[in-house]
Ligand binder design. Sequence first.
Ligand code: NDP
Length: 256
Amino acid sequence: MTTSLFDLTGRLAFVTGSARGIGNALALGLAQAGADVVVHGRDQAVTAEAAARIAEETGVKTHTVCFDVTDAGVVREQVGALIERLGVPDILVNNAGMQHRAPFNEFPAEKWDQVLATNLSSVFYVSQPVTTAMAERGSGKVINIGSAMSALARQTIAPYTASKGGVVMLTKGMAADLARFDIQVNAISPGYFASEMNRDLWSDPEFDGWLKNRTPANRWGKLSELVGAAVFLSSAASSFVSGQNIHVDGGLTSVV
Ligand code: NDP
């Protein structure tokens, strides 16, 4: 009974930015729960390799799609073609994201545009065609990847913080509009997980010490620790959970 509640066999999950990092761990975790997955990236060879690895490790079917999430026209075309090719995804994870750091007064306007387009506008661009198709079918799950920085601010990343705060509120807005189609929309907000995005931070002993001291769990997260929340929010177990934001951060955002 417990197993079937979380079983994703026969579902199709589309995870943006899943050729590496957190997205890759989530795609692998959803595949381990039984879902076929669409692996997305910008580089065809890297994306194909990531998809092949997941298929080999889990035995599910994997597919690939490559496009830049910041171009509304390209996204519409590519997501439309994806739905025509594979059918309507049951699960959409909006994970693709980036960060740029600079003091606020020196933050280049074009970097502001890039951060907002990659982290926030892309969620709108990718979700709209997918949830339109989900609504026609009458079911679906959307997970938007927020951040601990949707709840806390830090120096040099004001645009990132604004984008992730936006993701959390967009999640609530989408949930409000889409609930009537039996589509649940929720966010997962990771604390600190070592990836390419923060390579300079985890390789810096001073930051590493600060973070461990600041985090009640006293450590960085492991990528696999994000999977439980993603499987829960993708499965029948969360059929009445919508508009929520689950912090997976070792307690970081619950203490000062
Ligand atoms: P990575 O830098 O390792 O991965 C970023 C992913 O986003 C890559 O797959 C990349 O694709 C994709 N991406 C970036 N820009 C674009 C674009 N313009 N078009 C298409 N794809 C794009 O970072 P993480 O794995 O750490 O980050 C994943 C998500 O998790 C992000 O939304 C991030 O903000 C969030 N997050 C991460 C935390 C952490 O501690 N690592 C903490 C909180 C949130 P490609 O492979 O083609 O480059």
